[in-house]
Design a protein around this ligand. Structure first.
Ligand SMILES: [Zn+2]
Ligand SMILES: [Zn+2]
Length: 147
C-alpha cells in the first residue's frame, strides 16, 4: 500500500510503500526542536531507493551530535521540513511524519535524545527511550546488511 505526503504548498510530493518502512522514531535533539519549532521531530526511516519525491528540495546542512553531517530538506517556497538524511548514510531517508497525508497507520518505536527533551514535550513513556542516539548508525547498518 502506497503512502503519500507533501509540503504545505504542494510543490513537493512524495510516496513510498508502507511495507518498505524500516522504523519510526521521535527525536528530541535540540537541532530537531529548532528545525521543527516543536518539542521533537517524528521521523520515518525509508530506504532512498524506495522513496519517490517530486519537486525541488532545498537542504540545510549541519553537524549532528554523532559527528555525522545531517542534511535537512525543506520546501523553499513554504518552508515545510520534508525529509532529512545523514550524508554518511545516503541510502536511508528520514521522512517527517507530520507531512504524511494519512499518518494514522504509523507505529513509533522509540525516542532519541530524551536528555534534551523539554518538560512540555516529554518522551512517550509507552515506548523505548534513549538518552542519546547510541545505535542509530549501527542499527541502520544492520538493517542494510539484512536487506
Ligand atoms: Zn511547499
Ligand atoms: Zn534530532
Amino acid at each position: 500500500m502506497y503512502q503519500t505526503g507533501s509540503c504545505q504548498c504542494g510543490k513537493i510530493n512524495y510516496s513510498f510503500k508502507q511495507e518498505d518502512v524500516l522504523s519510526a522514531h521521535h527525536c528530541h535533539c535540540k537541532d530537531c526542536q529548532r528545525a521543527t519549532g516543536c518539542g521533537k521531530a517524528t521521523i520515518i526511516y525509508v530506504p532512498n531507493k524506495k522513496l519517490n519525491i517530486d519537486g525541488d528540495i532545498k537542504f540545510y546542512e549541519s553537524k549532528g551530535s554523532l559527528g555525522t553531517t545531517i542534511r535537512r530538506g525543506f520546501c523553499e517556497n513554504c518552508g515545510s521540513g520534508i525529509v532529512s538524511y545523514a550524508k554518511e548514510l545516503p541510502m536511508i531517508r528520514f521522512i517527517k511524519a507530520g507531512t504524511l497525508d494519512d499518518s494514522s497507520w504509523l507505529k513509533v518505536e522509540s525516542s532519541f535524545f530524551a536528555k534534551s527533551s523539554s518538560e512540555w514535550n516529554a518522551p512517550d513513556e509507552n515506548i523505548k527511550s534513549f538518552e542519546g542516539n547510541p545505535d542509530m548508525l549501527s542499527n541502520i547498518k544492520n538493517v542494510f546488511k539484512s536487506l
